[in-house]
Design a protein around this ligand. Sequence first.
Ligand SMILES: [Mn+2]
Length: 239
Amino acid sequence: MQYILGDLHANIRELERLLRQLSPASDDTFIFLGDYIDKLPHTAETLALLHALRREHTCVFVKGNHEFVWERYVLSQEKERGDFLREFGGREALQGFGRDVQNALLQNDFSVLQHALVSYFDLMTMMVDWHRTGEYLALHAGLLPEQYDQPSPRFLEKNFFVRPQDIPRERKYLNRYTLVAGHTHLGTEPTVEEGYINIDLGAGYGKFLGALCVEEQIVVRSDGEKFPIPKPEKAQKVL
Ligand SMILES: [Mn+2]
């Protein structure tokens, strides 16, 4: 089986609950949709679990906007990126790291942050912008209209931030693939449209984590609830 998992935001409790629901076999694949940390404080434990999972399973780590920003901030030393992290959960992410590391985010001390978050930046070296599997294109947020017919879209910053209302959700990528995205928490049940499925079930807000099972066309929520993805209605054949 292949499972596409929504935004984690360090919600290790829901990740562990969901893994218990899935009870994965060793040849199962996990495709994560990004935003691994920030908002909740369990950074180190979450990253350790992700590294453990990738040793036992094939894992695909899609990059989220939080990874995009942390990378630009710490590795490219773009100081102005710190504002986003301080506002959207970076301070919570560093709660378990002690005062010096927490201050490093206030003072743009990149070497301290790079050292503290080494397992995060290790994971980032494996990340991809998007991943195609079955009839799905897994990505963090969305495509831009001009990318819908590009076989290998090159992501821009906007791809990691785009909101559902700005996505042509009835349109399929390459006329074939439905986008599977997170990034915007729309509700505690998946949102399913012709060309767009959202599985951010709110783990970053203390709610649920969801996994779309590619083969079974079902979303499993971390509390065990299951949501079948309705098959697209076939066009009526005119006799
Ligand atoms: Mn996001």
